[in-house]
Design a protein around this ligand. Structure first.
Ligand code: SF4
Length: 355
C-alpha cells in the first residue's frame, strides 16, 4: 500500500508530501455483523486541511475528509480512482478497505488555530461520505464540528448518511455562530434502482427524512439530486416522483447532477450495467463516447426538466445550495416543516466532484 500517495483532494496523485508514515498505519478487521468483510486502516494524519487543486472551478477551496473509501458502495462513485493511488482496488476494495484518520479532530483543531489559517469555508463529504457507516464506530465528526464551531469557521457537509442526525445538537450550535450548509444527496427514489446501484446507503426516503428533521430544527438543507442516471432514472415520471419527494421533505433547494463516469468509476459501473441492464451498454457507449461527462445537451435537458418540476412543486427559497446562518439562541425553536418552501430554487448544470 502506497501511503506516500495519500492525497485527500480526490483530484490526482499527491506529488508533494507524505501525509503519513508507514509506521502510523494500524489495520483492523472487525468481526461484528455490521462491519463483516470490512478492513479499517487507521492512520495518524499530519494534516487534514486539503486545498482543492483548481479551486477556481469549485465553489470551495478547502476540504476535510476523515475517511478514504466508502462502505456506501455506490457503483458509480467518482472517488473510486483515488483508491488506486494507495495501490488499493477501486472496485470491491473501495467499498471495503477504509482508511480512517483517527486523529482528524485534534489535527484540525491545531490547524484552525494556526496564525496562517484565514478562516475560509471548509467543505466535507466532497470526496467520500464523512457519515458513512465507519463514522458510527470512529465518531470523528463530533470532534471536527466542535473544532469548527469553537473557531466559528464556516463549513458545509454533503452526505447520504442518516448518521448526521446524531450530531444535530452540535450542528445547531455551530449554525448559531457561523455559516453552516448541509446538503443531502438523493438522485432518485426508485427502490429497485437504489438497492442495486447504492447498496450500502440508507434508502432515499430515509435520507429525505434527514432533510425534514434538519428543517424542523431550523437548519435548512438542500438536496443534490445526484446522480441522475441516464435511461434508468431520467424518465419524466421518475424525475417528477423524485422532485415531488424532495419538495415534500422541505428541502431549501434541488441541484440536479447527471451521472459522470471517470476512470475507476467507469469500469465498475459498466460491469454493473452489463449485469443488470445489458441492453443499455451500447447506449451508454454512445452517450459517454466523448469522455466522462454526458453531452451538454443532455445535461441541459435534465436541468430544465428538474427546474420546471421544482417550480411546479415550489422548492425554495431563493439561493440554490446556499449556506445559511442558523437561528440565534433566542429564536432556536424548530421551524415548522416546509416553512422555507416558497418559489423555486434549482441550480444549473454542474460538473463538480460531488456525490
Ligand atoms: S457516492 Fe458518496 S456515498 Fe456513494 S460510495 Fe461514493 S462517497 Fe460514498
Amino acid at each position: 500500500m502506497r501511503w506516500d500517495n495519500l492525497t485527500d483532494s480526490g483530484h490526482g496523485r499527491a506529488a508533494d508530501a507524505a501525509l503519513f508514515g508507514a509506521d502510523a498505519v494500524v489495520t483492523r478487521t472487525l468481526d461484528t455483523p455490521e462491519f463483516h468483510g470490512i478492513t479499517f486502516h487507521e492512520v495518524r494524519a499530519r494534516s487534514v486541511l486539503n486545498r482543492v487543486p483548481g479551486a477556481s472551478r469549485m465553489p470551495f477551496e478547502w476540504t476535510v475528509n476523515p475517511y478514504r473509501g466508502c462502505t456506501h458502495a455506490c457503483v458509480y462513485c467518482f472517488a473510486r480512482r483515488t483508491h488506486s493511488y494507495l495501490d488499493l482496488d477501486t472496485g470491491l476494495g473501495f467499498d471495503s478497505q477504509i482508511v480512517v484518520k483517527v486523529n482528524a479532530p485534534e489535527v484540525l483543531r491545531r490547524q484552525l488555530a494556526s496564525r496562517r489559517w484565514q478562516g475560509e469555508h471548509i467543505a466535507m463529504g466532497t470526496n467520500v461520505d464523512c457519515y458513512q457507516r465507519a463514522e458510527g464506530r470512529y465518531r470523528l465528526m463530533p470532534g471536527i464540528i466542535a473544532a469548527l464551531r469553537d473557531r466559528a469557521n464556516p463549513f458545509s457537509v454533503l452526505t447520504k448518511g442518516t448518521l448526521i442526525l446524531r450530531d444535530l445538537a452540535l450542528l445547531t450550535e455551530a449554525a448559531r455562530v457561523t455559516e453552516v450548509g448541509i446538503s443531502v444527496s438523493v438522485g432518485f427514489t426508485d427502490p429497485e434502482l437504489w438497492r442495486t446501484v447504492e447498496p450500502g446507503t440508507p434508502a432515499p426516503e430515509r435520507r429525505l427524512e434527514v432533510v425534514r428533521t434538519l428543517g424542523e430544527h431550523g437548519i435548512g438543507c438542500g438536496v443534490l439530486m445526484a446522480p441522475v442516471i441516464p435511461f434508468l432514472s431520467d424518465q419524466p415520471e421518475r424525475l417528477r416522483a423524485t422532485v415531488r419527494a424532495i419538495a415534500a421533505s422541505g428541502a431549501t433547494s434541488v441541484t440536479p447532477l447527471v451521472l459522470h463516469l471517470r476512470p475507476g468509476a467507469r469500469e465498475w459501473f459498466t460491469a454493473w450495467l452489463a449485469r443488470h441492464h445489458p441492453y443499455l451498454v451500447p447506449r451508454y457507449e454512445r452517450l459517454y463516447a466523448e469522455g466522462a461527462y454526458a453531452p451538454k445537451w443532455y445535461q441541459r435537458r435534465i436541468t430544465r426538466q428538474v427546474h420546471e418540476l421544482a417550480q411546479e412543486y415550489g422548492i425554495g427559497p431563493a439561493r440554490a445550495g446556499a449556506s445559511r446562518r442558523g437561528p440565534e439562541p433566542s429564536d432556536a425553536a424548530p421551524a415548522p416543516p416546509g416553512a422555507a418552501v416558497s418559489g423555486a430554487a434549482v441550480s444549473g448544470p454542474t460538473q463538480l466532484s460531488l456525490i
